[in-house]
Structures are given as C-alpha cells and as structure tokens.
Design a binder for this molecule. Structure first.
Ligand SMILES: [Zn+2]
Length: 79
C-alpha cells in the first residue's frame, strides 16, 4: 500500500516584472469574424488594426481588446 503526504503552501500572486516575463501586450479581435490583429506592447499600435479591418469588412463594427498581463506565483510559507 502506497503512502502519500501532501503539504499546503501559501503563494503571493504578483505582476511578473522579471526579465524573462512575457511582454505586457494588447491585441484587437473582430467580434463578428474572430479575426485578430497583431499583438503589440503599444495599445495605440494594436488599435491601428481596427480601421484597416473595417476598410476590408464594412459591416464588422464590434471589436474586443485582449490584454496580456503576465503574473507570477511567489512561494511563501508552508502551512
Ligand atoms: Zn471581422
């Protein structure tokens, strides 16, 4: 018969600002056809995709903004 012991641990969830963190980025998605513009670390650059998409698809009038903001779990004390 096997015997397994589990221990609980606290973690703090913080914004990941380590050098290896993925970049904070923005991307726009058309809510009509689900096409997505290129991600950018600059929201204004990401938003520039919308008028270009609208010129090609005049009836696509609704969009979503996706924000990628990396977080990291920092191990704390054992419980
Ligand atoms: Zn579209």
């Amino acid at each position: 018969m096997s015997h397994t012991v589990f221990r609980l641990r606290r973690y703090a969830i913080v914004r990941d600002e380590e050098p290896d963190a993925e970049p904070h980025s923005y991307a726009m998605e058309c809510a009509v056809c689900s096409e997505t513009g290129p991600p950018s670390t600059d929201a204004d650059v990401a938003h520039d995709w919308v008028p270009a998409h609208l010129r090609a698809h005049a009836a696509h009038l609704t969009y979503r903004e996706h924000v990628t903001r990396p977080y990291r779990a920092i191990p704390g004390r054992w419980l």
